[in-house]
Ligand binder design. Structure first.
Ligand code: UD1
Ligand code: UDP
Length: 354
């Protein structure tokens, strides 16, 4: 079987690492990197440390508006599909790279397999929500990470080809957690003590592209007397500088460049709480049993909130501050993301449909 995987953004490199490893045990994989993320710290570092094979194609599309970026990908992916004639196109998550892969393949009648299908925020102002809905509706195999995702698809009339397999990010985390613990010296390097600091990530357009939201978030970070380690996404760095907030970051907020996965995993494992608007980081916080404060109005990962490990605080200064000071995780965790065998299950299902 020949599988062509399309990836392009940081979380997709992390998700693809364990699945690519599983696929290549038995099948041929052609790896296409769209080039949506291209800074070495947003791309190369993940290929190196997670031993992801060198992409067969790098489209080098870079950053631009949604239409231009997605359009460029679509043009190039179509050419590759015509040449490679894969049995399946495998796509991950909800980025512009996901949608481009799904559209190009479905128009050529090549079967589309979507990893992380069925997620919904029910918020059409998020570009990711548009990407998800469109992608799911042209996918032939839909690999759902949670039971809520299966239900969301059912509510949209999608029941055929839907599989509840758990989350490939749990496979990635389980494979790497001990390696990260051993290899990473991030706590020593940053002078941190386990469970005496928080970790923050911010990159969601609704937060970065709004001066009001970004300044509320930064002000809340500054107004608590707790060390907050803040690996900054390039999008966020750009806006912090543009809004004049970059130089206003206080001493307790330790701004650092984006981290590789192993450093990030170790940093999160030892953190007291996590502040984020990332999808992947919300899940990892739950998997690691670290209380998560989500700076969004909604979440696709509703089980993490229901179980008491995640709280939604929007970009609300008071709510963020209050949650930093008072929010604690729950006692019990469930297998909401499966048991860490998602990649094997996905391979078996692909085999059945070949
Ligand atoms: C993208 C995804 C988002 C995902 C995130 C993961 C879409 C619509 N958004 O958001 O769903 O959660 O990736 O991190 O697909 N930039 C750089 N260097 C890079 C990459 C980006 O400087 O290597 C800067 C550029 O200024 C660019 C901006 O970041 O314009 C945004 O990048 P883009 O890929 O368009 O969206 P993300 O915010 O990264
Ligand atoms: N991540 C990382 N380094 C960082 C920030 C995040 O390796 O500096 C990892 C994080 O652990 C998770 C993934 O990137 O595995 C999440 O990606 P991101 O937040 O960029 O996107 P999202 O999940 O919101 O789509």
């Amino acid at each position: 079987m020949k599988i062509l995987s399309v990836i392009g953004a940081r979380p997709q490199f992390i998700k693809c690492a364990p699945l690519s490893r599983a696929i290549r045990k038995e099948h041929t994989e052609i790896l296409v990197h769209t080039g949506q993320h291209y800074d070495p710290k947003m791309s190369d570092i993940f290929f190196k440390e997670l031993q992801i094979p060198e992409p067969d194609y790098n489209l080098g599309v870079g950053s631009s508006s949604h239409g231009e970026q997605t359009g460029k990908m679509l043009i190039e992916i179509e050419k590759i599909l015509l040449k490679e004639k894969p049995d399946f196109v495998l796509i991950y998550g909800d980025t512009n790279s996901t949608l481009a892969g799904a559209l190009a393949a479905s128009k050529l009648h090549i079967k589309v397999a979507h990893v992380e299908a069925g997620l919904r925020s029910f918020d059409q102002s998020m570009p990711e929500e548009i990407n998800r809905v469109l992608t799911d509706h042209v996918s032939n195999l839909l690999f759902c990470p949670t039971e809520t995702a299966v239900l969301n698809l059912k509510n949209e009339g999608i029941t055929s080809g839907v599989y509840s397999v758990g989350d490939v990010m749990l496979d990635a985390l389980e494979y790497n957690i001990n390696i990260a613990e051993e290899k990473s010296a991030i706590l020593e390097n940053l002078g941190l003590t386990s469970k005496e600091y928080l970790v923050a990530t911010v990159h969601r357009a609704s937060n970065t592209d709004s001066f009001k939201n970004l300044s509320f978030i930064i002000n809340a970070f500054c107004d608590v007397d707790i060390p907050i380690v803040f690996p900054v996404h390039p999008r966020t760095e750009k806006y912090l500088k543009q809004y004049g907030l970059w130089n206003k970051l206080c001493e307790n907020v330790k701004v650092i460049p984006p981290l590789g996965y192993l450093e990030m995993l170790k940093l999160m494992t030892h953190s007291r709480k996590i502040l984020t608007d990332s999808g992947g980081v919300q899940k990892e916080a739950y998997m690691l049993g670290v209380p998560c404060i989500t700076m969004r109005d909604n979440t696709e990962w509703v089980e993490t909130v229901k179980d008491g490990w995640n709280v939604l605080v929007r970009a609300d200064y008071e709510k963020i501050k209050n949650a930093i000071l008072t929010f604690e995780g729950a006692e019990i965790k469930n297998d909401i993301f499966g048991t860490g065998n998602a990649c094997e299950d996905i391979c078996d299902i692909l085999n059945e449909h070949f």
